[in-house]
Design a protein around this ligand. Structure first.
Ligand code: GDP
Length: 307
């Protein structure tokens, strides 16, 4: 696990250095908490998660009666770990046949890379995978997906300029007929026309449900962690439109905005408080290679952030 963990640590250093800086003084006082508040906001943790962490941290400091700022940093790592732990989760693909995974995300977020990794992992685990190229308008998207299908020797349903919802319907029908274990649907991500995009994605979602009751079993959103609060805004918008079941946060190598994970975790808590399910972060991206897409570990992340 060494290589990518180092990349995560190095990457998050840009987020973490200003936070770690807060604990180099000799006293635990208001100035320390004010500096920490500023550093968390700069790291894009957002107002809510920043207040949540500060309150939790103060409680821990009081409980342990520590007077050492260095020890407070360790307590912050604990508080952050506890906040992030509910984001841990494993993508399960054995419950339904086929398990249908709809993947969404704005262009450039890392959707294709994520699908490539998923496809490879599943193919290696002897799962029969079928890809649905539902981003029918972008030739490059179809071509890239076809490369993945070819490389992993899995089938692909693709149709130039076709109706994305029809492509998904066909792919699931084919997947069921051929006894596939997993169908992964790639979708368009043009953000310029957000309303139109959400409407198209809802249409795809409905068409998947018509092809197979109960599907899609997973609705994954891929977001670029380097966009900070913008990533959180995307999570909210896509969740409202589609109802998300999981997230992939990419580009955590070399970001100053890694605090957004705390904001996403707080959003998840509030979502669960409304009686809705958890939305785990199934993978994080820490580089451009496939091996750099890794499962999310709250403790590792917190320690990498504050290293
Ligand atoms: P898509 O448009 O959402 O399908 O995005 P792609 O999968 O094509 O990725 C867009 C760009 O981001 C590509 O150049 C990827 O190599 C790069 N990328 C994806 N994930 C990561 C990551 O975790 N870290 C870094 N540094 N680059 C990434």
């Amino acid at each position: 696990r060494g290589g990518w963990l180092n990349r995560l640590k190095q990457g998050l250093r840009r987020t973490g250095s200003s936070i770690a800086q807060v604990f180099t003084g000799t006293q635990i006082d208001d100035a320390l908490y004010e500096d920490l508040e500023a550093a968390l906001l700069v790291a894009d943790a957002g107002v809510g998660a920043t207040q949540f962490l500060l309150n939790d941290l103060k409680r821990r400091v009081k409980e342990t009666r520590t007077t050492d700022p260095g020890a407070v940093k360790a307590l912050l790592a604990d508080a952050l770990t506890d906040l992030l732990t509910p984001l841990q989760g494993t993508l399960k693909v054995d419950a339904q046949q086929p398990t249908v995974i709809m993947v969404a995300g704005v262009n450039g977020a890392g959707k294709t890379t994520t699908i490539g990794k998923l496809t490879r992992n599943l193919a290696e685990a002897n799962c029969k995978v079928l890809l649905a190229a539902a981003d029918t308008f972008r030739a490059a998207a179809r071509e890239q997906l076809a490369v993945w299908a070819d490389r992993n020797q899995v089938e692909i349903v693709s149709q130039e300029g076709g109706d994305p919802a029809a492509v998904c319907f066909d792919a699931i029908s084919a997947g069921r007929a051929r006894g596939c274990d997993v169908v992964i649907a790639d979708t368009a991500g043009r953000l310029a026309t957000q309303l139109h995009l959400m409407e198209e994605l809802r249409k795809i979602h409905r068409s998947i449900g018509r092809a197979m009751p109960g599907a899609p079993h997973e609705v994954l959103l891929v977001v670029d962690g380097n966009t900070g609060q913008n990533a959180l805004a995307q999570v909210k918008a896509f969740d409202t439109a589609l109802g998300l079941t999981g997230l992939v946060v990419t580009k955590l190598d070399g970001t100053a905005k890694g605090g957004v994970l705390a904001a996403i975790a707080l959003w998840g808590r509030e979502r669960q408080a409304r009686g809705l399910g958890a939305v785990p972060v199934y993978f994080i991206g820490v580089g451009e290679s496939l091996a750099d897409l890794q499962t999310f570990d709250a403790r590792e992340f917190s320690q990498a952030l504050l290293n």
